[in-house]
Design a protein around this ligand. Structure first.
Ligand code: ATP
Ligand code: MG
Length: 234
């Protein structure tokens, strides 16, 4: 079976008046369906940049990103957005929920974009939110939720359309350790049930160790394992 995600020779530099920064220098990655991969690396190593490139949200300078064989990096914005909508869920570090919408409406959005009927979208979003422990928060807006609750809504939104690939940029980054572990467990379970492969950037070496496979982004390339000093920060 072809991997859900293959990145080959991914290079990216940012040109800035203060000097050009070469962030990615030939990233190689292959992720199989159902696999849970954690990416660690120092602040500024390029984890967010890499995830954005894998989702086709940011252009690359060289290389390719194949989503079930389709090179999202070579597509125009519309085609990339369509592919993303069909196959990828993205969890931002700071949830990026729509502030005017309720938890339920936020979680329904990807299904409505896909053209699903509203009552069907509502039913599915509601069931997933309930599974994530938010059954009593459906009609709260993001500002009326705790950080962990908002993060779980963002995870529900990323999972609701049952994407084959879930990309998560520090989904537990702004949570305390206990909530982070709880959210991580829910996230993992929901991804497993939906049959999604997960690539998660995290500062938590503890969570990274709990993944099927951990990789370290350092010097612009991905290397196998956790290749950095253990620190306590999440
Ligand atoms: N738009 C941009 N223009 C110029 N430089 C950028 C831009 N975006 C990111 N960078 C640089 O690229 C490097 C990698 O940034 P990135 O956000 O990918 O790191 P990160 O590994 O996610 O860090 P953190 O753990 O702090 O979230 C940083 O040094 C940053 O200064
Ligand atoms: Mg980052």
């Amino acid at each position: 079976m072809i991997p859900i995600l293959v990145a080959r020779g991914v290079q990216k530099r940012f040109v800035h008046p203060a000097g050009t920064v070469k962030v990615l220098k030939g990233v190689e990655l292959a992720v199989q369906r159902g696999e849970f991969v954690a990416i660690v690396g120092e602040s500024g190593a390029g984890k967010s940049t890499l995830l954005q490139i894998l989702a086709g949200l940011e252009p690359l300078d060289a290389g390719e990103v194949l989503i079930e064989g389709e090179n999202i990096a070579a597509m125009n914005d519309d085609a990339a957005a369509r592919l993303r909508n069909r196959k990828i869920g993205f969890v931002y570090q700071f949830h990026h929920l729509v502030p005017e919408l309720s938890a339920l409406e936020n979680a329904m959005l990807p299904l409505l974009v896909q053209g699903l009927r509203e009552d069907e979208a509502r039913k599915r979003a509601q069931a997933l939110l309930a599974e994530l422990g938010l059954g009593a928060r459906l009609f709260h807006r993001p500002a009326e939720l705790s950080g962990g609750e908002a993060q779980r809504v963002a995870i529900a939104r990323a999972l609701v359309a049952r994407p084959a690939l879930l990309l998560a940029d520090e989904p537990t980054g702004n949570l305390d350790e206990r909530t982070a572990e709880h959210v991580f467990a829910l996230f993992r379970e929901a991804a497993r049930r939906a049959g999604a492969a997960v690539v998660m950037a995290t500062h938590s070496l503890k969570l990274a160790q709990a993944a099927d496979r951990a990789m370290t982004l350092a010097g612009g390339v991905l290397i196998a394992g956790i290749q950095m000093q253990l620190s306590e920060n999440l």
